[in-house]
Every structure is written in structure tokens, then in C-alpha cells.
Design a protein around this ligand. Structure first.
Ligand SMILES: C[S@@+](CC[C@H](N)C(=O)[O-])C[C@H]1O[C@@H](n2cnc3c(N)ncnc32)[C@H](O)[C@@H]1O
Length: 421
């Protein structure tokens, strides 16, 4: 969605910054509330529509049925001037639909019909939670199973709020208070987060022009992601492999702690951003183009996952989640964890993390791994919930390869284009 949104905004250079922010926020909100929005349109008897009108009606339904905006006001905002219209639906039909839409209550959307009469939820608790929380049934079923009704509702509510913007201070180059003061000088309020390097900041358009961000003294990183790096407990001079480095958020955080980091990812496209980011942060990360061999002091496996814990940041990821997807990710996680384990020296650390709230993508993967790999033991395990902890929903575990057992032989073979600065 992010790519589609920026491509679409790029096609309309005439749109001002305020409108761009509104368009982006609305697109994210409609993607988040799609199930509620479509159910509300069915209830309102909305006409079958061409795609442009469908998008318009979904925006209307989000404003009225989710945000609780007055129907006439929402319909009025959608009137188009002039005779040429990129849509078929008339202003009168838009108003009629707006007035027939259900309204939200204190506990969320779909609370009452247009006349204010309470709407009864579907009798199946899974469908009721999934509908009002705007997620697929497979998502709601797992939350109910693991958290019970109150916990599941609270978790979904947290996932359906916009994520807080958090920075990680590049501790190799600056202290947290120093960065906080520089942000304050640029007019941006910041307060320390839970982790030792985190600063929670206001979401301001000018943030990325502020000196600490421009000069690589801080960058955006979710608090749970920072916690996964903390769990690595990487020490200066230790050799760490980031096996699913992506564009390198955690590689850079490990490097800031003084570790010698080798970064690899199955996606060359994602990895290609890491050189630029490392240069910006003035960090040294060895970005390799072939999966490394040999032994490392520590291996981080930030595995591919459903992203169910990160919906606050990626609201549309929910629509790709079903039972088959969870099974597919679980298998991929088991594979990549086993490969990561092969790279850990005797006595070394293996850290596994996923930004998922599903046990299948966390506890189950690690339990199965430990059962099959007696050379490893659990050192620490952490489950972070979006409604209880700061940051995205995450699972993370630190395992250790027992000393004295067989460990990978040979020197690390690295191929690639060398260390980024
Ligand atoms: C959760 S993301 C990693 C995010 C990254 N660590 C960060 O902090 O920005 C998971 C990554 O795993 C990569 N991936 C998927 N399958 C993989 C595999 N078999 N081996 C290595 N990486 C894989 C994906 O390309 C994706 O970049």
C-alpha cells in the first residue's frame, strides 16, 4: 500500500503538503477498517459502484461509520464542482448512503444503526470480534484462543491505532539526552522510551529535516525492534550475523553497539538499501550478496512473518493473513532458524524474533527447534503485546549453543562488495 500511495501522490504534484498527509492518513485508515467499511456499506444499501465510486464510498463509510463524522458533513465534503465528474454516483446518492450508514459507539464501530438502534453482533464470537476489529476470522480466532475475549479486544484496539513514532539514538555517535536537546532546538518534543536508546517523538512533517535525523544521529525504529537488538546483548568486537537483515534496521543497531556485523537477506532489493543507510549512520556493516558460511559469536534471525504484531504500522498486512499464510511463515521461520543455528559458534548466541502476535510464529517455532536441537538451550524468551508493551507485538527468544558441542567449522567465507562505511 505504501508504494501504491507514494506512486499515486507522485502523479499529482499539485497537491499541497496538508492534503498529502490527509490522503495518506485516510488511505491507511480505510485499508485498516476495510471489513467494517464494507459491512457498513452493505447495511446502508450502497449501490454497486465502479471502482472510483467504490473508493469514494469507502472513504465516506470510514468517516461516518468509524470516525463518527456527521453524515451530511461527510457527504458535503465529497461534492464535486463543475459538470465533469470522474465518477458516476450522484451527490444525492452519496448523501443518501451517508445518512443510512451505521454509527460507532464508545467501544468502536458498528454500534448502532442510522436511527441509533443498537446493532447486535454476529452470534459467533470469532466473527463478532473479527468484524468489529476489522480483521480476517483467522486472525481473531488466534487472539481469542491466546488472550480470551477482553485481551483479544484490547490487543486489536491497540493494533488498530496509529503507531507511535520512535527513534533509536545512534549510540556510537551520540547520547540520548544530546539528541533530545538537538530535537528540542529544532522544535520537536521527545521523551525517553522504555529501551536505553529510544526516544518517542511527535509525528511532525519537519522531523526528518531535524539535524539528528539528517546527520544520522538517530533513525526511526520501533521500540520492540530495539528490544530484540537489546536481547542480543552484543558486545564490542563480537562478530554478529544478521541473517534476515532486510534494509538493515537491526544491523545498524548492532553495529552501533560496537559489534562487527555481517548482513545478509534473501531479498537483494531490501539489502541494497543497507549500504546507503550505513553510510548515513557512519556505521560499518559488511553487506554480503551470498549467504555467509563459518561461525559467528551471535546470529540474529529476524524472521519473515505475517506482521500480525505490526498492523499499527502496516495496516493492510492483515488482509494477507489466513491459515495457509501462517503455516507458510511457520515453515519459513523453522528453516531460517535452523540455518542461523548452523552459523553459531560453541557457546555463542542465537536470537530469534518475529513481529507476530501468533504463537505459531513464535513459541511453537522455538519449542520445535529446541526439541530437535539439543545443542541449544533457551536463555531468555519475551512476548511483547501491543496493548501491554510499547511498540509492535513481537516474540523474541535468546538461545545459546552449548559450549563444547559440535559447532560450524572453518573460517567465515564472505562474498560481497565489502564493508559499507
Ligand atoms: C522481518 S523482515 C527483517 C527486517 C530487518 N531485520 C530490519 O530490522 O529491518 C524479514 C526479512 O527476512 C527476509 N527473508 C525471507 N526469507 C528469507 C530467507 N530464507 N533467508 C533470509 N532472509 C529471508 C525478507 O526478505 C525480509 O527482509
Amino acid at each position: 500500500m505504501r508504494l501504491a500511495l507514494s506512486a499515486s501522490l507522485a502523479e499529482h504534484p499539485g497537491i499541497g503538503p496538508k492534503e498529502r498527509r490527509h490522503a495518506a492518513a485516510s488511505a491507511r485508515a480505510v485499508a485498516r477498517w476495510l471489513r467494517v467499511v464494507d459491512a457498513a456499506l452493505v447495511r446502508a444499501g450502497a449501490p454497486k459502484a465502479i471502482p472510483a465510486d467504490r473508493a469514494l464510498l469507502r472513504y465516506l463509510a470510514w468517516r461516518v461509520a468509524v470516525e463518527g463524522c456527521a453524515p451530511d458533513e461527510a457527504a458535503h465534503d465529497l461534492r464535486l464542482p463543475g459538470p465533469r465528474r470522474p465518477r458516476v454516483i450522484s451527490d444525492a446518492d452519496v448523501l443518501r448512503v451517508a445518512r443510512a450508514l451505521p454509527r460507532p459507539g464508545p467501544d468502536g464501530p458498528l454500534a448502532t444503526d442510522a436511527e441509533g438502534k443498537a446493532l447486535s453482533p454476529p452470534s459467533d464470537p470469532v466473527v463478532a470480534l473479527a468484524l468489529r476489529g476489522s480483521v480476517p476470522d483467522a486472525f481473531a480466532r488466534r487472539l481469542l484462543r491466546d488472550l480470551g475475549p477482553d485481551g483479544a479486544r484490547a490487543c486489536l484496539a491497540a493494533l488498530n491505532r496509529d503507531a507511535r513514532l520512535v527513534l533509536r539514538v545512534n549510540v556510537a555517535r551520540a547520547g540520548r539526552e544530546e539528541v533530545r536537546a538537538a530535537l528540542a532546538a529544532a522544535g520537536i518534543a521527545a521523551e525517553p522510551g522504555d529501551g536505553p536508546w529510544s526516544l518517542r517523538v511527535e509525528d511532525r512533517a519537519s522531523l526528518f529535516d531535524a539535524p539528528p535525523l539528517r546527520t544520522g544521529l538517530a533513525e526511526v525504529q520501533d521500540e520492540s525492534s530495539q528490544r530484540a537488538v537489546e536481547l542480543c546483548r552484543a558486545r564490542p568486537g563480537e562478530r554478529w550475523l544478521d541473517l534476515c537483515a532486510g534494509s538493515g534496521g537491526k544491523s545498524l543497531a548492532l553495529a552501533a553497539l560496537g559489534a562487527e556485523v555481517t548482513a545478509w537477506d534473501a531479498s537483494a532489493r531490501r539489502l541494497s538499501e543497507l549500504d546507503r543507510r550505513a553510510h548515513h549512520a557512519r556505521a560499518e556493516v559488511l553487506v554480503v550478496r551470498e549467504e555467509p558460511t563459518g561461525a559467528f559469536d551471535g546470529v540474529l534471525v529476524d524472521a519473515p512473518c505475517s506482521g500480525s504484531g505490526a498492523l499499527a504500522r502496516e495496516p493492510d498486512a492483515r488482509w494477507r493473513i489466513d491459515d495457509a499464510a501462517v503455516t507458510k511463515f511457520q515453515k519459513a521461520q523453522a528453516d531460517v532458524l535452523a540455518r542461523g543455528a548452523e552459523r553459531v559458534r560453541a557457546g555463542g548466541a542465537l536470537v530469534f524474533a518475529t513481529c507476530s502476535v501468533f504463537q505459531e510464529e513464535g513459541e511453537e517455532v522455538v519449542l520445535a527447534f529446541l526439541a530437535a536441537n539439543p545443542a541449544f538451550r533457551m536463555v531468555a524468551e519475551e512476548r511483547r503485546w501491543p496493548h501491554l508493551d510499547a511498540g509492535a507485538g513481537f516474540y523474541m527468544a535468546r538461545l545459546a549453543r552449548r559450549a563444547g558441542r559440535a559447532s560450524p567449522r572453518g573460517r567465515t567465507r564472505l562474498t560481497g562488495h565489502g564493508a559499507a562505511r
